[in-house]
Design a protein around this ligand. Structure first.
Ligand code: ATP
Length: 269
């Protein structure tokens, strides 16, 4: 069994160029990239070494993509887990998986550990209905003790993602743990336009396609939604034996996706 999935070495590294919009977020994260590139330089001056970064925002806004891009920009390995993986595990398994993950990351330091959906495992301890939460608590305790336990020369940055920062155990947010919080919002009009441009790079477009109009008409959609929209439009055009994707295909796909997004919102409300 492999304790941590490492992104395949031959897969093209993701960089900040693959992340459209989010300029402020990228410039905040540049500091982490610089640090991973030359940890000794920072440590020599006794600078405050960053340890944990919490990316906060709705699903599909590019948090995983950003974490991979930090690793790609810095040229360091990337190890990831999702908090939801731990939910069905037997007692002790989660904690040992966390131990293995951090061991691999430390052995290959400098490196990045990414914990997606950290709220699944990082909810406030003792908040359940008593009992039955041992596994989750042990896993969380292991994450906390790993973050406290880095020694000199082990440069591991832990990036975590959540859309529920309010439910996190306060111990996770203490100084020396996830003390940097970066908000990753749904894209603005300009952000959506840039995301469209990134994702149509390999799509043959008809002359009538206006990215500006598509971006303006996709209020509320995330990067993941836009990627999905472009896929749907290309499939729809293919099904009609077109050789290019036309504005009407994009509009068809957009309406379909906007309807899906609204249905989800209604279910949540
Ligand atoms: P989740 O919390 O569900 O994991 P996430 O915020 O981590 O969501 P990603 O998994 O990074 O979102 O995004 C899914 C996909 O959507 C990305 O792989 C990418 O193709 C696309 N995407 C999202 N945001 C952007 C963006 N800002 N620029 C370009 N592509 C994006």
């Amino acid at each position: 069994k492999s304790p941590a999935k490492k992104y395949e070495a031959n897969r093209r590294a993701v960089t900040f160029n693959d992340v459209a919009g989010l300029e402020g977020v990228k410039s905040d994260l540049q500091e982490i990239v610089d640090f991973l590139r030359k940890p000794e330089k920072f440590q020599r001056l006794g600078g405050q070494v960053p340890k944990g970064v919490l990316l906060i925002g709705p699903p599909g806004t590019g948090k995983t993509l950003l974490a991979r891009a930090i690793a790609g920009e810095a040229g360091v390995p990337f190890y990831s887990v999702s908090g939801s993986e731990f939910i069905q595990m037997f007692v002790g398994v989660g904690a040992s998986r966390v131990r293995d993950l951090f061991k691999t990351a430390k052995d290959n330091s400098p490196s990045i550990v990414f914990i997606d959906e950290i709220d699944a495992v990082g909810r406030q301890r003792g908040a359940g209905l008593g009992g039955g939460h041992d596994e989750r608590e042990q896993t969380l305790n292991q994450i906390l003790s790993e973050m406290d336990g880095f020694t000199q020369g082990e440069t591991v940055i832990v990036v975590a993602a959540t859309n529920r920062p309010d439910v996190l155990d306060p111990a996770l947010l203490r100084p020396g743990r996830f003390d940097r919080h970066i908000t990753v919002d749904r894209p603005s009009m300009k952000g959506r336009l840039e995301i469209f441009k990134v994702h149509v790079r390999n799509v043959p477009l008809a002359d009538d396609v206006s990215m500006e109009r598509l971006a303006a008409g996709s209020v509320g959609l995330t990067g993941a939604d836009i990627r999905n929209l472009i896929n749907e439009a290309a499939l729809w055009a293919t099904r009609q034996d077109k050789t290019e994707v036309h504005m009407e295909d994009f509009e068809y796909a957009r309406d379909k996706i906007l309807m899906g997004a609204r249905r989800e919102e209604a279910l949540v409300a």
